[in-house]
Design a protein around this ligand. Sequence first.
Ligand code: SAH
Ligand code: SF4
Length: 349
Amino acid sequence: MKTDIFARNKLALQELCLAHKIPKFRASQIIDWLYAKQVVEFAEMKNLGRETIQILQEQFTNSFLSIRCLKELTASSGNTSKVVLAFADGETCESVCMRHNYGNSICVSSQIGCAVGCKFCASGLGGFKRNLTAAEMLAQVMYFAKQLKANGERVSHVVIMGSGEPLLNYENVLEFIRLLHDPELFNISYRNITLSTSGIIPGIKRLQTESLPINLAISLHASEQEKRTTIMPINASYCLHEVVECAGRYAQNTKRQVTYEYIMLAAVNDSLEDAAKLVSLLRGQLACVNLIPANNVQEYGLQKSPLTQVKAFQEYLQKNNIPVTIRKEMGADINAACGQLRNKIEELE
Ligand code: SAH
Ligand code: SF4
């Protein structure tokens, strides 16, 4: 089997080069072609010399080349585009590129499907299929990085908020984050990387031991135990008070504010009573709340809250000194919420 050259740091690539009788210094050149120049075909890596290119072609592969884009949609605003990517085994995932005034952010999927099964999320509809490798996550970033480079732009932010629960794919996700941060690869500051979790407590605790000052986002979505269990069954194992306590320690240790994501679902979690409970849960925490206008997922029969209700909820939090933002609905017209496009494509097949 051929050795994959993609998603390796310099040290790993140097070892592979030596093992295949390629001089060690070629590793830096290959990395430069792949990530600085975003040239992915061996034959186009001009300064490597004919001999090295031949060894690469015979003994190596670049797994980035095996991904195919099945569908690409750009929102009417032009600032958000979403792709469905197929990997070598035919499994698909979706990724989103959002162009903000502060930079370009890529939303990456960490698993095919999701086992957590939240009752508002399209990702869990087909159940869990498999974990994505670090290379498959990096390929999602690379896909957009190549497009952006053509416009003289780069990827500045990554959010691990696509399909899947990243803390249930811990090792691969951590390897991916380190590759993103590697100055010779994507050189993305840890502060510009956000990992979103449904609250897998052992994973949050483990993350705390890594000394990676990345941003943590918690999908909270309800401020009361029973209600949260109804929409997020995982809450029966990792209950909201413990999740908030654990995330609070993460915030203290890393000095990074934790973001609590809260999908506004009509007549489910959007009353001022819910807001009051949220205030008492988060009081004194280094935290902010991101209210998310829900994307309707037909299969669940849940509706998004009216904007007036979202605003009233926001005002209540503000009055009680909880920092709060309302997520911009970027790309609602292209089903930019988690899992939605992939499912639509599967329906068509
Ligand atoms: N599994 C992780 C990360 C991926 S899901 C987690 O749960 O945090 C990340 C986000 O997808 C959720 O927090 C939510 O913001 C978004 N999401 C899922 N279903 C949605 C829907 N129907 N409408 C809007 N956002 C949704
Ligand atoms: Fe999985 Fe996150 Fe969707 Fe819940 S919200 S089903 S954890 S992807």
